[in-house]
Design a protein around this ligand. Structure first.
Ligand code: MIG
Length: 770
């Protein structure tokens, strides 16, 4: 067969199958901006990331033009040739994703085997580099332009722009200090976004097997993706902006559902508190005594009986933990206990016994239940890929929901194990088929989160609050995430910004890090800067490891305590704004916390910013993330910006020098913005607010505000209110555009920049001047 002969193709609906000599390649047009590229390689089963069909009726054409086929939608053009090169262009013909034509050049590490042994003997590690996860099974190599930035990839360490680094997709629990040379963490979210010569695109590789990204480290002319097994199955995502790409990606893999409102409140945690009621009570008392608003306390593994999941050590809770949990709830503090997947091997213990009886644990190839060690010692691992096991696990959560907990925090679900990694060949289910750890590892946490979500939804009739450590693409539909075991070190407050921003661009909008740092000992300055820098992170939780220096807000006395309090109070004022952003996010997938580049992808200056971020479209945050620093440069994108603290106005597209003494978080609001401004409260109330304030920055602005009961699913049946606030100078107009939630605000205050307040009262279905 001549090399230049184009393959025949067949078209079925929106799928075109090209018949290459030894395999078939399929292109499926899902929408004008989403095209799937698929080559079957023996892996059956459906996607864990994508649920249901995402195909929309879309017009497209396919034609042979010279030596290639050309598939065109209104947004994308895909060219495919006889050598199976696939090139994607935007509507105007600009290249977005093009196959690299040359050969890969393995990175020369300048070391031979003998020296490698010597270097390792001294304790250094020689990175095996780019060939490591590249078994030669398949590789997808795309060309990299000189001007091209790469984002996304979930929770990876390092900086916002991933270019120049390599990463693995294999969920791990690695307690070493996570720095930019780490290739993998707890989550595998194989989506990347790029700006090629300023033009946005995305690629999502839907393969749960171990895979590898080289983002132009091996060679600056290309980036590549390899996997050790699985089909070639990726999605090309287009869009006019990076925002569109995120919207398209979350259309495919799902969006964070609207959370309960209180989950946006402050949460206090530490490994150890839950050993007894007294210790928890001391913390609750401290929060109250020091006037610190708080909505939840997390219970780490210590509340259980010998680390047996779904048990409670009642002896340390006056025999009645349920009473304690419900008393706390009545005082406005919710309890969120931890659950690990590992089930203690103990025939006398109900969860283990029922898992054994039903065959719900993963097994060795010989059929014996596979045992490894985790917190409770010898433990078995639920087979979450099996729908029956998920159902069982969902039901197990009833033990906790009966105790009136308000959410469940799930940990160790990479899955982590103390006695070596679980071998590849351990038998795990892939839905109703037998599969192996090798395929199911990266979706273990995903399926555990899904089961937990289902349990809470059924048992509580509220929007489930699940927080998971391990995740795969799409887990955002079921769970909030935190970034695992960071440390109380300055590099980790720095890392928080790009890490949470990249998670946001990877579909995970409800994210947070352990404020103050989990491992190692924090300092008063680090804790102070951390609460400032994290105050807009959607999940706002201070958490630390047992045996480290205490980091409750009062641990360092003054001025740490007062500064901490000042920012918690600021957070509570911002909760209606954050909640509005979540209401929008559940429709467009855009994250709450965003890198500047997501809002301003046309501005080259925003493309590499690691120490500033935005909250929604109009709030810019530039925290101090270095010790002993009291001033910093802040880059402001186009437009005018108002200093939140003193109303001073700045022109954008310039760097300004900001003073930032220890108690100051540099914060800017874009001119002509309206912000909803909640009351300063100790806990988010489940009673509907009767009043709200809107603060106006600038002289004309328009804002949409969302309100519902903040807890259940009734909003899906229209039980919500949508307000429009329009301001033009002193002219203020408030409209209730949708009235589905009975309790509309009785009074609305609009605070103009000059301090003047305009009051609107609800009367006969309208807001009128007081
Ligand atoms: O191996 O439950 O990331 O947040 O405090 C430690 C104890 C297990 C790891 C979690 C951390 C939690 C800790 N867990």
């Amino acid at each position: 067969m001549s090399k230049t002969k184009l393959p025949n193709y067949e078209q079925h609906g929106q799928t075109i199958t090209f018949d290459y000599s030894n395999h078939q390649l399929q292109l499926t047009v899902l929408t004008p901006e989403i095209v799937r590229v698929f080559e079957y390689r023996g892996n059956d089963g459906s996607s864990y990331a994508i649920e249901g069909s995402k195909e929309q009726k879309t017009d497209f054409t396919i034609k042979q033009i010279d030596d290639h086929y050309e598939l065109r939608t209104s947004a994308l053009t895909i060219k495919l040739d006889a050598g199976q090169h696939l090139d994607v262009y935007d509507q105007k013909g600009n290249p977005l994703v093009t196959d690299y034509r040359g050969k890969r050049q393995l990175l020369n590490k300048g070391i031979d085997k003998v020296h490698e042994r010597l270097v390792k003997a001294e304790g250094h590690s020689v990175s095996e580099s780019t060939v490591k996860s590249d078994s030669g099974y398949y590789q997808i190599v795309k060309s990299l332009a000189a001007d091209e930035q790469l984002y996304g990839l979930g929770d990876k360490t390092g900086y916002l722009n991933k270019r120049g680094y390599e990463y693995d997709n294999w969920n791990v629990d690695n307690p070493n200090p996570q720095l930019e040379n780490f290739t993998k963490l707890y989550k595998s979210i194989p989506v990347m976004l790029g700006l090629k010569n300023g033009r946005p695109y995305g690629l999502f590789f839907d393969n749960t097997y171990k895979s590898h990204f080289d983002m132009g480290k091996e060679n600056s002319n290309y980036y590549f993706y390899t996997a050790v097994d699985g089909n070639i199955d990726y999605y090309v995502l287009g869009g006019r902006s990076l925002k569109d790409v995120v919207t398209n990606y979350t259309y495919l893999t799902g969006r964070v559902p609207l959370p309960q409102k209180w989950t946006l409140g402050y949460q206090q945690s530490r490994w150890g508190y839950s050993a007894s009621q007294k210790e928890v009570q001391d913390i609750v008392d401290g929060l109250k005594k020091y006037d610190l608003p708080c909505d939840a306390i997390h219970f780490d593994v210590d509340y259980m009986r010998g680390y047996r999941v779904f048990t409670w050590n009642k002896d340390n809770y006056n025999g009645n933990p349920k009473k304690f949990v419900s008393d706390l709830k009545n005082q406005g503090i919710k309890v969120v206990p931890i659950i690990d997947p590992g089930v203690k091997k103990d025939p006398e213990y109900q969860t283990y016994a029922s898992g054994i009886k039903n065959g719900y644990f993963v097994t060795s190839p010989d059929g014996k239940v596979y045992i490894n060690k985790v917190w409770p010692g010898d433990s078995a691992f639920p087979d979450f890929g099996n729908p029956k096991v998920r159902q069982w696990w969902a039901n197990n959560n009833k033990f906790l929901t009966d105790m009136e907990v308000s959410g469940v925090w799930i940990d160790m679900n990479e899955p982590a194990s103390f006695e070596g990694q679980i071998p590849d060949n351990i038998i795990f289910s892939d839905e109703n088929k037998k599969s192996t750890h090798k395929k199911m590892h990266n979706v273990y946490g995903h399926n555990m989160a899904r089961a937990t979500y289902a349990g809470l939804k059924k048992q509580q009739d509220k929007r489930p609050f699940v927080i998971t450590r391990a995740a795969y693409a799409g887990t955002q539909k079921y769970s909030t995430i935190w970034t695992g075991d960071n440390r109380s070190i300055w590099p980790h407050i720095q890392m928080m910004i790009p890490q949470l921003c990249n998670l946001g661009m990877s579909g995970f909008s409800f994210v947070g890090t352990d404020i103050g740092g989990f491992a190692s000992d924090t300092t008063s300055e680090l804790l102070t800067r951390w609460i400032e820098a994290a105050i807009f992170s959607p999940l706002l939780r201070n958490h630390s490891a047992m045996g480290t220096r205490h980091q409750e807000p009062w641990s360092f006395g003054e001025p740490t305590l007062s500064i901490y309090r000042k920012y918690l109070k600021l957070r509570y004022h911002f909760i209606p704004y954050l909640y509005d952003l979540f209401a929008q996010e559940s429709k467009n997938g855009l994250p709450i916390m965003r890198p500047l580049v997501l809002n301003y992808d046309n501005d080259p200056r925003t493309r590499e910013i690691n120490d500033e971020f935005m909250v929604g479209d109009n709030v810019l945050v530039a925290p101090i993330v270095e010790p002993s620093q009291a001033k910093r440069l802040v880059y402001l994108p186009e437009g005018q910006w108002i200093d939140f603290w003193n109303n001073r106005e700045y022109e954008g597209q310039q760097d300004i020098v900001m003073d930032a003494p220890l108690d100051k978080l540099p914060l800017f609001i874009k001119k002509n913005t309206i912000l909803p401004w909640g009351k300063s409260v100790d806990h988010v109330s489940e009673k509907a607010d009767q009043e709200i304030t809107f603060k106006v920055f600038g002289d004309h602005a328009d804002y949409q505000h969302y309100q519902d009961d903040g807890t259940d699913f009734n909003y899906q049946d229209g039980e919500f209110n949508q307000y429009r606030i329009a301001v033009d100078g002193d002219n203020v107009n408030v409209q209730l555009k949708h009235h589905g939630f009975k309790s509309a605000y009785e009074k609305i205050t609009v605070e103009l920049p000059d301090g003047k307040n305009i009051f609107k009262l609800y009367n006969n279905g309208k807001y009128q001047d007081q």
